[in-house]
Design a protein around this ligand. Structure first.
Ligand SMILES: Cc1cc2nc3c(=O)[nH]c(=O)nc-3n(C[C@H](O)[C@H](O)[C@H](O)COP(=O)(O)OP(=O)(O)OC[C@H]3O[C@@H](n4cnc5c(N)ncnc54)[C@H](O)[C@@H]3O)c2cc1C
Length: 391
C-alpha cells in the first residue's frame, strides 16, 4: 500500500510503501486482527470476476502498516513493477478482444442475411454475412488491432527479457530504454483500440450482440477498464510525450527509430512490401516533425499547451508502432510463402498479408489527421474556460 507518513514532503516525494496485513503477528507469536475491514464491494460495469472492494483501515485506531524499504521511496519501488504490470494490461485487453474476434468470426460464417449487391433474384438463398464487404472490413479491423497488438506486446516482452538477462553494459541499457518508451504504447493501444475492435465485433452480431445470448456484450464491458487502470490513457500520453520522448536526451526514441528502420529496410527489398515500407518511413518523418514542433511549443508556450494533446500524440505513435509490427509480419509472411507452404499455411500467411494491406489502407492514413491537429497553434482546449460549459 502506498501512503504518506505524517510530515512527509509534499507530492510524490513524500510517498512510502507499506505492507498492511489483515492479521498481524503479536510479540508472543499469536495472530491478531489488524483493524482492516472490507467496507464495501464495488458494483462495476464489467470485470466482475474480480471482486474489487473498498477497504477501511484503523476504524478502531489499531491498524499497523509495516514500512517497506526507506521512507518516502514508495513511488520508486512501485515503478519496479509498473512496466510488467502495464504490459500485462495490454495483454489482457488483447486477450479479451481476440476472444471477441473469434466469436464474431464464427457468427459471421453461419448467420445468413441479405444477398450480394450483384444478386437481384429474391428467390436465391441469403448469404452468410461474412460475404458482405462491410462485415469483412469489421473483421479485418479486429484482426489488425488484435494481431498487431499481440505482436507489439511480444516485441516489448522480448526487450524486457533481454534487459533482465543481459549483464550491465550498453546493450542492457538499450533494451531498458526500448522497454521504457514502448510501455505506455503497449498499455494504451490494445486497451483503447480493443474497445473499438470489440464494438465492431458486437456490430457484426446485430441485435444478438446486444443480448447476453452471445459473449460480446460481456467482453465489451470487461475491456472498458483497461484504458483506465494502471494509469489512464491521458497519463500514459503525458508519460510518453513529457518524459519518455525526451529520456536520456532522446536516446530511447532514437533507439526505437533504429529498430523500426531495420524493418523498413527489410521490407524495401520485397517488391510487394516496398510501398508499405515507404509509407511507414513517411509516417516516421511525420512523427519526428510533430515531436520537434511540440518541443518547440514547450519552450515557447509552456508545459500546459505542450501536453494538452498528449492523448492524440500517443494515439498517433500507437498507429506507427502497430504499422511497424504489421510490416514485420509481412516480411515473415513473404518468407514463408516463398517456401512450399501447406494449404492451411498458405491461407494463414495470405490472411496476414491482407491484414497488413488493410492496416496500411484504413489505419495509417489517420496519422495525417492527427498530425494536422498536433501541429496546429489553436490551443482551444487550454483556452476553453470552465464557465463556458455552463448551459
Ligand atoms: C475495477 C477497478 C480495479 C482497480 N484495481 C486497483 C488496484 O488493484 N490497485 C490500485 O491501486 N488501484 C486500482 N484501481 C484504481 C485505478 O487504478 C484508478 O481508478 C485509475 O488509476 C484512475 O484513477 P482515478 O480513478 O483516481 O481517476 P482520476 O485520477 O480522478 O482521473 C479521472 C479522469 O481525469 C483524467 N486526469 C487525471 N489527472 C489528469 C491530469 N493531470 N491531466 C489530464 N487528465 C487527468 C484521467 O485521465 C481520467 O480521465 C482500480 C479501479 C477499478 C475501476
Amino acid at each position: 500500500m502506498l501512503a504518506r507518513i505524517e510530515g512527509a514532503p509534499a507530492g510524490t516525494r513524500g510517498i512510502s510503501l507499506f505492507i498492511v496485513p489483515k492479521k498481524r503477528i503479536e510479540s508472543d507469536g499469536s495472530l491478531a486482527a489488524n483493524d482492516l475491514n472490507t467496507s464495501g464491494v464495488y458494483h462495476k460495469l464489467g470485470y466482475r470476476g474480480c471482486p474489487i472492494v473498498q477497504l477501511s483501515m484503523g476504524d478502531k485506531n489499531d491498524c499497523h502498516g509495516y514500512l517497506v524499504g526507506d521512507a518516502n521511496s514508495g513511488l520508486k519501488y512501485m515503478f519496479q513493477m509498473m512496466n510488467a504490470a502495464r504490459i500485462g494490461v495490454g495483454l489482457g485487453a488483447t486477450a479479451k478482444s481476440t476472444a471477441a474476434y473469434y466469436a464474431t468470426l464464427d457468427y459471421a460464417k453461419t448467420r445468413c442475411q441479405g444477398r450480394k449487391v450483384t444478386e437481384k433474384d429474391p428467390l436465391k438463398p441469403q448469404v452468410p454475412i461474412i460475404e458482405h464487404a462491410d462485415i469483412k472490413r469489421a473483421l479485418l479491423f479486429q484482426k489488425a488491432v488484435n494481431e498487431g497488438s499481440l505482436s507489439l506486446l511480444l516485441q516489448s516482452a522480448k526487450y524486457l527479457d533481454l534487459y533482465h538477462a543481459l549483464p550491465e553494459g550498453d546493450e542492457k541499457e538499450k533494451y531498458n530504454l526500448l522497454t521504457e518508451i514502448l510501455t505506455p504504447i503497449v498499455k494504451t493501444y490494445p486497451s483503447e483500440m480493443g474497445v473499438h475492435a470489440i464494438s465492431q465485433g458486437l456490430q457484426c452480431f446485430g441485435g444478438s450482440g446486444y443480448c447476453d445470448d452471445y459473449p460480446l456484450e460481456q467482453y465489451y464491458r470487461d475491456i472498458r477498464i483497461d484504458p483506465i487502470h494502471e494509469g489512464t490513457t491521458a497519463i500514459q500520453g503525458m508519460d510518453l510525450l513529457g518524459r519518455k520522448a525526451l529520456m536520456k536526451d532522446g536516446k530511447a526514441m532514437l533507439l526505437l527509430m533504429e529498430e523500426i528502420n531495420l524493418t523498413i529496410t527489410a521490407a524495401r527489398a520485397i517488391p510487394e512490401l516496398a510501398p508499405k515500407a515507404e509509407k511507414l518511413a513517411e509516417a516516421l518523418g511525420t512523427q519526428q516533425n510533430v515531436t520537434a514542433a511540440l518541443f518547440k511549443v514547450a519552450g515557447e508556450k509552456g508545459p500546459e499547451i505542450f501536453l494538452a494533446d498528449a492523448t492524440l500524440y500517443i494515439e498517433m505513435f500507437g498507429i506507427i508502432a502497430i504499422g511497424w509490427q504489421w510490416l514485420l509480419q509481412g516480411v515473415k509472411a513473404k518468407d514463408a510463402l516463398a517456401g512450399n507452404p501447406s494449404k492451411a499455411d498458405l491461407n494463414f500467411y495470405q490472411g496476414k498479408l491482407f491484414t497488413l494491406r488493410f492496416f496500411f489502407e484504413y489505419e495509417m492514413p489517420k496519422i495525417e489527421g492527427l498530425a494536422v491537429r498536433l501541429m496546429s497553434s489553436d490551443a482551444v482546449t487550454v483556452e476553453m474556460e470552465t464557465a463556458f460549459f455552463d448551459d
